[in-house]
Ligand binder design. Structure first.
Ligand code: CA
Ligand code: CA
Length: 490
């Protein structure tokens, strides 16, 4: 501000400077206000993760008895990706990649036993990014792998002060329930009905209840609200009413099972496939009861998703909230003699992914159409860029993936990208295009499948001379410059 004027010309200068300063203050305030208004107008994000859910979802058709009316309802009102793959075939590397947007090949994070923050001390995860851009970021349940990364959230139920605040879940008093456990048996491989209500079950019920309450209330900022449902992760104990949906004698075994399926695999693929869990489960005649346990756990998880979707439907935010639902990887129930995860086959690498966008959103003003299916090969690592695009926020620099907005606009839009799934060793991965899949093991060994003709990947075409050109093309899509695994202390 100039000193007080004493001559007429100085008065003019003084008045001009005063006016300029006033205008610039107004401009700054207007800019602040418009940023505030823009933030207030940004869409909310409801981000639902389901743990270990494969394609046994009604709308994906992986099992004819799957009972998932709520996920199917979301599919009917949004876009279902039928060829979505996880960035890695187990919880920690998959979730870390999804939440940071950084692929395992760049971070060196490939396994469950690595500590995410030891490998990636500074990587910003989605809730922090949205919080930094004017959102209220909150969550509950399993989003990262058994920790929440508290500084990245504005709130976390039941307790943001704890790094592992997962609500208590009901378990049977005596375990194992299903089969005697051998010393090597993974402690969670167990199943059975609980004589309990959803409310008595705790866990996912409390997570969905809290998320529902956040949806119901007024917010002065847009929200990024994450809901991590833990079932159908093992153990498969859920209230009895979900087991009652599947009378044991009627339970169908997986369609993808073939007794001699391993014969055409390289030795390393055979070793990865045939694991002790499945042999043990069959030996104790528990295959069918276990399939029933998984179906019951999926039905329970779907009911919890339904509680959250119902809360959104009844909330004032219904028409201004993007809904995303994904699972961190699939699950084998005997296909390729395998039980669990950690494989590159479709049973494990393919996941449900559903996105619904309301009208009026910056990145997609018309919103998504109802009941659209998109068959393009996409990856969950695409979510970070997609959500930046949809909300009209700047892209997070340097992250991986491709925004799915072109496919949300038109499911048949050109999509030149392949989808990569990493396994727990750097040179072990799967490449998916819309029709073909290629699996590579670190010490040699390859598989090639035509999933249009062979959706269960029964026939390995690597040795079939007719497909040599396709094999060469798929090899060329392999991830490059793979970072070695970063060792961290347990
Ligand atoms: Ca998982
Ligand atoms: Ca085979």
């Amino acid at each position: 501000m100039p000193r007080r004027a004493s001559t007429p010309s100085q008065y003019v200068v003084y008045a001009a400077v005063l006016l300029g300063s006033l205008l610039s203050t107004c401009a700054v305030r207007a800019a602040d206000r418009s940023e505030r208004d823009a933030n207030r107008a940004r869409p909310n994000i409801l981000f639902i993760a389901v743990d270990d859910l494969n394609d046994w979802v009604g709308c994906l058709g992986g099992h004819p008895q799957a009972h998932t009316p709520n996920i199917d309802r979301l599919a009917r009102t949004g876009v279902l990706f039928t060829n979505a793959y996880c960035p890695a075939a187990s919880c920690n590397p998959s979730r870390s990649a999804i939440m940071t947007g950084l692929a395992p090949r760049r971070t060196g994070l490939y396994t469950n036993r690595q500590k995410m923050r030891a490998v990636l001390p500074d990587a910003e995860i989605m809730p922090k990014y949205f919080s930094r851009h004017g959102y209220w970021s909150a969550g509950s349940g399993k989003i990262l792998h058994y920790f929440i990364d508290a500084p990245s959230w504005d709130d976390y139920f039941p307790d943001k002060a704890k790094e592992n605040p997962f609500p208590r879940t009901l378990y049977p008093k005596k375990r194992p329930v299903s089969i005697p456990r051998l010393p090597w048996m993974y402690v969670e491989t167990d199943w059975g009905p609980l004589d309990a209500t959803d409310e008595q079950f705790g866990g996912d019920y409390l997570v969905s209840k809290w998320v529902g309450e956040q949806l119901q209330r007024k917010h002065d900022k847009p929200f990024f609200l994450a809901c991590g449902i833990y079932r159908p992760h093992e153990p498969w104990f859920v209230p009895k009413k979900y087991f009652d949906l599947f009378p044991l004698d009627d339970v169908q075994l997986p369609k993808g099972y073939k007794a001699d399926d391993l014969d055409d695999l390289p030795p390393i693929g055979q070793r990865l496939g045939r694991n002790r869990y499945f042999a043990h489960i069959r030996e104790h005649k528990q295959w069918r009861p276990a399939v029933r346990g998984y179906l019951a756990s999926i039905a329970f998880a779907d009911a919890m998703v339904g509680r959250v979707l119902d809360a959104l439907d009844k909330s004032p935010h219904r028409d201004n909230t993007i809904v995303v639902l994904w699972s961190d990887h699939g699950w084998h129930l005997g296909e390729k003699e395998h039980w669990q995860k950690f494989t590159g086959w479709r049973a494990c690498a393919r996941v449900p992914l559903l996105i619904r966008v309301p009208k009026g959103v910056t990145g997609l003003p018309q919103g998504t159409k109802a009941g659209v299916r998109c068959d393009r090969p996409v990856n969950l690592i695409d979510l970070f860029k997609t959500l930046c695009d949809l909300t009209g926020l700047p892209q997070q620099p340097g992250i991986d993936g491709n925004s799915l907005v072109p496919l949300l606009r038109d499911p048949n839009a050109p999509w030149p990208h392949a989808s990569i799934t990493h396994l727990d060793v750097p040179g072990r991965y799967a490449v998916s295009t819309q029709r073909w899949r290629y699996i590579h093991y670190e010490r040699g060994g390859e598989e090639l499948y035509d999933i249009e003709r062979d959706p269960y990947e029964w026939t390995n075409l690597v040795q079939d001379g007719k497909h040599i050109e396709m094999l060469i093309r798929m090899r060329a899509l392999a991830p490059k410059n793979m970072k070695p695994r970063v060792e961290t202390q347990k």
